[in-house]
Design a protein around this ligand. Structure first.
Ligand SMILES: Cc1cc2nc3c(=O)[nH]c(=O)nc-3n(C[C@H](O)[C@H](O)[C@H](O)COP(=O)(O)OP(=O)(O)OC[C@H]3O[C@@H](n4cnc5c(N)ncnc54)[C@H](O)[C@@H]3O)c2cc1C
Length: 330
């Protein structure tokens, strides 16, 4: 069976994400993805937001290209997987979308697979690109991100995708003027867990996904005692320090600073990689940075395959040079 959107119309439904009273960037990234697919498929875009105070996000979610914002009133603003599962299921039944986009986030992973399985939807996770060319296609990593696979959903009228954060630009909040509709759903009693409190983890002070300039260090720094030197350099530059996974595994850096497949996906204006080889799992988290600069002694290091500027050099010599230049400038 063909998806046939061009003839059949249909909507792309985005499920927005909020946390602690704030709209998360991934919501407006999903809007960008939805717009792209909707344009190619001749479909409309609806964005649903769920929460006790959902209406307050309607204006921001009304980005250009959004046709409708659906506000769903829930018993609490705090995410609860069973409430969201019931709400999203009901929205799919009432709105009959062809495609549902949610973030590939901790929250969504709590309900999206259950919704897809119970409703018999097409489903793919950790999607990095969604497209429509006569039929829906989702691009995602396979074999630990060593391959990129294109997944099709020919036998499904509706498909649910979890889309990786940082893969699409954040659509300009409030740049459109969509219709806003309150959707009444019976969500009372759906919750099976109770939100108690938010706790900030140590080292969670900095959100590397929001940094404009990341100075990222890898195993090439060789010694834990060297880490403060790079923190100091980052501070002087106005950069945020991040790292590859081995430094986190070794306890040299907090997990909140890890870039990559099992860490954070970042999209800074500048990503300066010092002593990072560029393993696929690392590239998965930073390859869409605007400008990537790599310093590595190994000219064959894969990081040079994605870098816009590179130096085959000893990172300590480069850092010595930068420190000297900063000293002279001050
Ligand atoms: C399921 C799974 C998930 C993973 N998730 C992640 C993830 O989220 N993030 C992540 O980063 N990794 C992740 N990994 C690990 C990943 O495969 C790599 O092992 C890791 O990224 C390597 O880190 P690195 O580049 O710092 O170290 P290495 O690969 O050891 O590279 C160190 C580099 O430093 C260079 N170097 C050494 N000395 C110097 C010097 N003096 N000057 C300049 N260059 C120097 C070397 O040439 C080398 O290229 C994951 C792996 C798996 C299996």
């Amino acid at each position: 069976m063909s998806n046939g959107w061009v003839d059949g119309g249909g909507a792309v439904l985005v499920i927005a994400e909020t946390r602690r009273g704030e709209l998360r960037d991934v919501s407006l990234e999903l809007v960008s993805a939805a717009r792209e697919v909707a344009q190619a498929a001749g479909a409309t875009v609806a964005v649903a937001v769920i929460g006790a105070d959902s209406a307050k996000f309607a204006q921001a979610l009304g980005a250009e290209g959004v046709d409708q914002v659906l506000t769903v009133s829930a018993p609490s603003d705090n995410f609860e997987a069973h409430v969201w599962q019931r709400a999203v299921t009901a929205l799919i039944e009432s709105e009959q979308p062809r495609l549902v986009l949610v973030g590939h986030t901790i929250d969504s992973l709590g309900f999206a697979p259950a919704v897809a399985a119970r409703q018999g939807l097409g489903f793919a996770t950790d999607v990095v690109k969604v497209s429509f060319d006569g039929g829906l296609r989702a691009r995602r990593g396979a074999y630990g991100d060593k391959l990129q696979a294109e997944v099709e959903f020919p036998d499904h009228d509706c498909t649910l995708l979890t889309v990786r954060a940082g893969m699409y630009p954040v659509a300009a909040a409030g740049s459109g003027s969509p219709a806003v509709r309150a959707v009444e759903l019976d969500l009372a009693g759906a919750a099976r867990t109770e939100h108690v409190e938010f706790r900030d983890v140590a080292g969670g002070d900095v959100d590397i996904t929001k940094a404009e300039f990341l100075l990222s260090i890898g195993r090439g720094v060789e010694d834990k005692d060297e880490v403060p030197r790079f923190q100091e350099l980052a501070d002087q530059f106005g950069a945020t320090l991040s790292s590859s996974r081995p430094l986190v595994d070794a306890g040299w850096m907090p997990s909140s600073r890890q870039v990559g497949q099992s860490g954070k996906t970042v999209k800074p204006r500048v990503y300066l990689a010092l002593g990072i080889s560029g393993a696929v799992q690392h590239l998965a988290g930073m390859r869409t940075a605007d400008t990537i600069i790599a310093v590595n002694t190994d000219p064959e290091a894969p990081i040079f395959g994605v870098a816009h500027f590179g130096a085959v050099a000893d990172l300590f010599e480069v850092v010595d040079g930068i420190e000297k230049a900063l000293e002279q400038a001050s």
